[in-house]
Write a protein that binds this ligand. Structure first.
Ligand SMILES: Cc1cc2nc3c(=O)[nH]c(=O)nc-3n(C[C@H](O)[C@H](O)[C@H](O)COP(=O)(O)OP(=O)(O)OC[C@H]3O[C@@H](n4cnc5c(N)ncnc54)[C@H](O)[C@@H]3O)c2cc1C
Length: 437
């Protein structure tokens, strides 16, 4: 590539990591970001010195690029989350979930045996696809809905646990997840440790952004074609065109769909077909600690509620909450999130508090302040049946496109690391190099 100017659309972790690796290789990188801060879906809000993650929450121990980048920007490596995840079933039974545990108290012996058998068959002795990248098609799993698993009346608690994993890991009901995606998520959930950054997850994005040229409040309207290749971008504010040797599109799927011109209709159709909706994140700053041993609370997931689980940020990452008081975020999952779009914040807070009260009885009386943080473009992307096939077809079709690459967590099964893996692929395309150092 003769023109060494690369424009990157989006200062989320995907765009930032691609930008960092390219600038290390001597490319002239300019990142255009619609918002006035970096990080995208890695975000924190603050109140009186207490901080809370309102987007990505933690890093899994099998991430590689995330930890390399923490070192690169001089961040102290993340700390493991201590504490438990608590499930409350409809019959009053309680289950404490800890990753890497092969016997879950509260699930019952028969259901534990079934779960372990599932893990042995599909994970320990089953075919292992690479993590955080989608590289192969397994229709016998991709075409099965997770909701079809464990349907017997005796398997109710197991079904609840499976639903909770689907809600917690990918924020979707099991009807919106393929079996193949669930197996990948279960591998991550059961066999990794979770860790947090003392400055919030977004501090990694902030560290990278400081090392790069990022133009904030600079939304891109659309890609500009030059003959059959992408030659630059048109800016939303004044219609001006910025030219580049290569454009990396690193925004969430709904935004990308809007940016692609007719010449890239096939790619546009793909991004428009991704299931990904805006997400409000209600946060309750409390006047007291809740339970210092529990960082996440789940209600019986098979009884559908708008808000399915809650995270206490002060237990998840005590360093972020010097006051020591509870900071609880309430999580709504797909498709329930759709009911919240366009609803006023006070209505969302009321609903969130009512659902969270079932998980943390008494919380309604302890709220000092409540706020809603909006992921206006998109929350997590979801992987219903057939999604992996669609991603593979998309990847095949973009191979010959010139002047453009796409970076997205969607191409690797969600998560920050998937966005970074996708960024390495874009970097390879730009300079035939795939390392991180
Ligand atoms: C609530 C929540 C919890 C999560 N928890 C975890 C977790 O615990 N662990 C984990 O690994 N992952 C988690 N994730 C997923 C993780 O946040 C994402 O996978 C990752 O941050 C995606 O990064 P990205 O760079 O691909 O996209 P984004 O972070 O969405 O960044 C895209 C950027 O593009 C910008 N943009 C959009 N349109 C334009 C435009 N037209 N012009 C210019 N800029 C534009 C956006 O403003 C944004 O900054 C979570 C996600 C959510 C929503």
């Amino acid at each position: 590539m003769e023109n060494r100017k690369v424009i990157i659309i989006g200062a989320g972790i995907g765009g930032l990591s691609a930008g960092y690796w390219l600038s290390q290789r001597g490319y002239e990188v300019e990142i255009l970001e619609a918002l006035d801060y970096p990080g995208g879906r890695m975000a924190t809000i603050e109140r009186k010195g207490d901080k809370v993650d309102v987007g990505a929450q933690f890093f899994h121990s099998n991430y590689r690029h995330a930890f390399d980048l923490m070192d690169a920007v001089g961040l102290r490596r993340s700390e493991p989350i201590k504490g438990k995840v608590k499930f409350r079933f409809e019959d009053g039974a309680v289950l404490d979930f800890e990753s890497q545990s092969l016997y879950l108290r509260g699930l019952g012996l028969a259901n534990n045996v079934k779960l372990d058998w599932f893990v042995l068959k599909h994970i320990i002795f089953g075919h292992r696809s690479p993590m955080y990248r989608i590289v192969e098609d397994r229709p016998e799993y991709d075409n099965i809905e997770l909701a079809e698993l464990f349907r017997a009346p005796s398997e109710l608690k197991l079904r609840a646990l499976v639903s909770a994993i689907s809600l917690a890991s990918n924020m979707s009901e099991p009807e919106w997840m393929s079996l193949c995606h669930f197996i990948q998520l279960l591998r991550i959930d059961m066999f990794t440790k979770y860790s947090v950054l003392a400055g919030g997850t977004a501090s990694l994005a902030e560290g990278l952004a400081r090392k790069l040229v990022v133009r904030y409040e600079s939304p891109v309207q659309q890609l500009v074609m030059e003959k059959s290749r992408v030659g630059g971008v048109q800016m939303k504010k004044d219609g001006s065109v910025k030219k580049a040797g290569h454009v990396i599109v690193a925004a969430a799927a709904p935004s990308v769909g809007r940016m692609l011109p007719d010449e890239l209709k096939e790619q546009r159709d793909f991004f428009e077909s991704v299931v990904q909706a805006p997400l409000p994140m209600p946060v309750f700053f409390l006047d007291r600690p809740v339970n210092k041993n529990v960082w996440a609370y789940f209600n019986e997931p098979t009884v559908k509620r708008t808000f399915s689980f809650a995270v206490d940020g002060s237990v998840k990452c005590p360093a972020m909450v010097p006051s020591g008081k509870g900071v609880v975020s309430s999580w709504s999952c797909y498709p329930h999130t759709l009911d919240l779009i366009d609803r006023p914040d006070d209505e969302i807070l009321k609903k969130a508090l009512a659902d969270t009260e079932l998980m943390i009885p008494g919380i309604s009386n302890w709220v000092e302040e409540a706020r809603v943080f909006w992921h206006k473009e998109a929350g997590m992307g979801h992987f219903p049946t057939g999604s992996y096939r669609k991603v593979l077809d998309f990847k095949e079709k973009i191979k010959d496109l010139e002047g453009v690459s796409f970076v997205s967590d969607i191409l690797g099964g969600c998560f920050m690391e998937a966005a970074m893996v996708s960024a390495t692929e874009a970097v390879k395309r730009v300079c035939a190099w795939g390392g991180t150092k």
